[in-house]
Design a protein around this ligand. Structure first.
Ligand SMILES: Cc1ncc(COP(=O)(O)O)c(C=O)c1O
Length: 424
């Protein structure tokens, strides 16, 4: 039975204002789409969309309009839903909004790692090639290996080690340093062997890069970070242009049960409205800070305190030798996360406590700046490493806060160096 007309049961939730006629918004630019791509779902006069919390949805009241599950094609038309482990209004709205921003059909999950798990269950590769990056993703691969016996290879494995259906898992920019990898290079390598390229683009969200342009087969986001942007929701996203992949992933998600909650979906819609402006400003703030620190390390005036404490700073904007491809891959900025390698573990442990504007906390992507002594949550990194997620504060205030921190460290070092009885 065709589903083009809304079944009568649905009319009960459709008040007097009819939905606007659907017109393809594809000619609009991303900042416009982030605000209007979901207009087609509006059923009431509310400008801010409602938060739907129901887990179950009434079927059509006219028996003639009942369509058995065998004949459903997801997502159902007219914003119909059955049970929220399959689809739900608020997360569907988020997916509809995300689709033109990611340039592919997409699906949300309860977290970034849940999305990754969903993808590996779906692809079930014999081999996965992966480099350094988010330690949690390696945890997911550990589970995959336990379940399937798949082999984990390094990112720079020989092309011949890969075969059809295998996966290159590329994180770019990479956690925790914010350095970037050439997507096109790994796409070529994967495709030469019939393998797939997954790009975890969490650190380079829409507005900064589009991995599909460079050959990604599937793009994953920890939506918890920039898509959410306010440190208040967990979310994962998979997007793919491969024929039928998202439909199959949706089917499998039903049995994994890893759907995101309605509140998170609603928060996500709220957040996407400002995605582009947030990430581009955060990225430019980050580049200013990175430029300032690296200038100090190179000998700029007044930089003694920075040079005493900092060994090196890492960020994609400093990859001068890679700019030929990197400028094209990230034309609007190199991402809002960078890393500072301090001269000692003790300095790395203490700097966060000296800062006022940077919260000492894990995670990233929110409007507020964070700094993390990375050893607090990642046992694989150098214990001198600090990861910085730059927010939306004015970059000069952040710079001054860091300078105050370096100054406080110097004072502490000086006091430590003075023998205890020297005041006598
Ligand atoms: C690059 C990257 N991928 C995936 C994840 C996992 O996301 P989530 O915490 O939403 O599961 C993170 C989390 O920090 C991340 O940084």
């Amino acid at each position: 039975m065709p589903l083009s007309a809304p079944p009568s049961g649905i009319q009960a939730i459709s008040p007097s204002i009819p939905p606007p006629p659907f017109s393809s918004p594809s000619t609009h630019r991303p900042s416009t789409l982030a605000i209007h791509a979901d207009d087609q779902l509006n059923r009431s006069a509310d400008v801010a969309p409602a938060l739907h919390v129901s887990t179950t949805f009434r079927y059509a009241s006219n028996p003639e309009d009942l369509v058995t599950i065998k004949n459903f094609k997801w997502p159902l038309p007219n914003d119909m839903h059955v049970y929220s482990r399959l689809t739900a209004p608020t997360s569907t709205r988020l997916e509809i909004l995300l689709m033109p921003l990611l340039h592919a059909p997409c699906l949300t999950y309860s977290s970034g790692l849940a999305a990754l798990h969903g993808l590996y269950v779906f692809l079930n590769p014999k081999r996965i090639s992966i480099g350094i990056g988010y330690h949690g993703s390696h945890g997911v691969l550990g589970l995959q290996k336990k379940m399937t016996g798949c082999e984990i290879l390094g990112l720079e494995c020989a092309e011949e080690e890969l075969g059809p259906g295998d996966v290159i898992h590329l994180e770019t920019p990479v956690n925790p340093t914010g350095e970037a990898f050439c997507i096109e290079k790994y796409a070529r390598k994967a495709h030469a062997r019939g393998a797939f390229l997954l790009v975890d683009a969490t650190f380079g969200p829409p507005g900064l890069q589009d991995p599909f342009v460079w050959g990604a087969d599937v793009v994953m986001h920890a939506g918890t970070k920039y898509l959410g942007g306010h440190s208040d929701m967990l979310c994962g996203v998979l997007a793919s242009n491969k024929e039928g992949w998202v439909e199959e992933l949706r089917e499998e998600r039903t049995y994994l049960g890893s759907v995101m909650g309605s509140l998170e979906g609603w928060l996500g819609v709220r957040s996407l409205r400002t995605l582009e402006i947030r990430v581009q400003r955060q990225s430019s703030n980050c580049q200013q800070l990175v430029g300032w620190i690296s200038g100090m390390l190179e000998g700029a005036e007044g930089g003694e305190m920075v040079r005493e404490a900092v060994e090196k700073v890492q960020h994609a904007s400093l990859q001068v030798a890679d700019m030929e491809w990197l400028r094209d891959q990230m034309p609007n900025g190199y991402g809002p996360v960078f890393a500072i390698a301090m001269k000692s573990e003790s300095l790395a442990r203490r700097l966060p406590s000296k800062l006022e504007l940077f919260h000492h906390a894990t995670s990233l992507g929110g409007v507020e700046s964070l700094i993390e002594w990375r050893a607090m949550s990642d046992m694989t990194v150098d214990t001198r490493l600090l990861r910085v997620s730059v927010g939306l504060e004015h970059w000069e205030d952040l710079r001054d806060d860091l300078m105050r921190g370096f100054k406080a460290l110097r004072e502490e070092e000086t006091n430590r160096a003075v023998p205890a009885d020297s005041t006598a």
